[in-house]
Design a protein around this ligand. Sequence first.
Ligand code: BTN
Length: 244
Amino acid sequence: IKFQKTHLKEIGSTNTYLQESDKDRLLPEGTIVYCDIQRSGRGQRGNSWESEPFKNLTFSLLLRPEHIPANRQFLLSEIVSLATVDVLNRYATGFSIKWPNDIYWHDKKIAGILIENVLSGSTFSRAIIGMGLNINQKNFYSDAPNPVSLYQITGRTYKIEKILDEFTEAFGKRYTDTFTNSSDRIHKEYIAALYRNDGVYPFYSDGNIFHASIADVELDGHLLLSTESGEKKRFAFKEVSFLL
Ligand code: BTN
């Protein structure tokens, strides 16, 4: 995959910008848009994504993953998350992937990912991968629950574009893997990199708190938990949350 980066000073949302620019489906795979100021960044579950101007990486990447079956969309989530951790591991330790695709440092969130897919029947025709990665921000004032930046972890500041280039390099390798039969290996790496994959923790679902350990993640992204009573529970995204 070849990447073509476009830098914008200011935009509402890089995901929305790519969606609108690709109305006629003409943008080449690998198109990237990143910005200094994102005024109305969008997050998962209709949340907003706030990022201090000029401090962090906020970008979107367009893919046409037609070689990936529509029922394996989750594979993209896995490789984006893994590539992000690949990059962060160069700078510090303690990173993991909080299912399904938040990037954590210990119990704090350093990056959020919003993937917006277009399927045409069983063909996976387009994905727009948006990421906000906290890099140089020193203080967080928003009501985001537990943010952290690379600066807060290491005490250093970074060139944002360099980290974007490191991401595209890491992602490019992992995307190439998806053209060969490596989805089992990718899935195993994803499971191994998961936050709280090492024991029993509290979870919240449907008004109840229960204790469980992560048993597996299905190939379509469902989370399988084993409760203390030995029962297996299966959750889609949004149906369960981790308690601190
Ligand atoms: C989340 O954790 O809820 C996902 C946050 C995703 C934010 C990024 S920033 C760049 C791209 N453009 C957006 O509007 N959102 C994503």
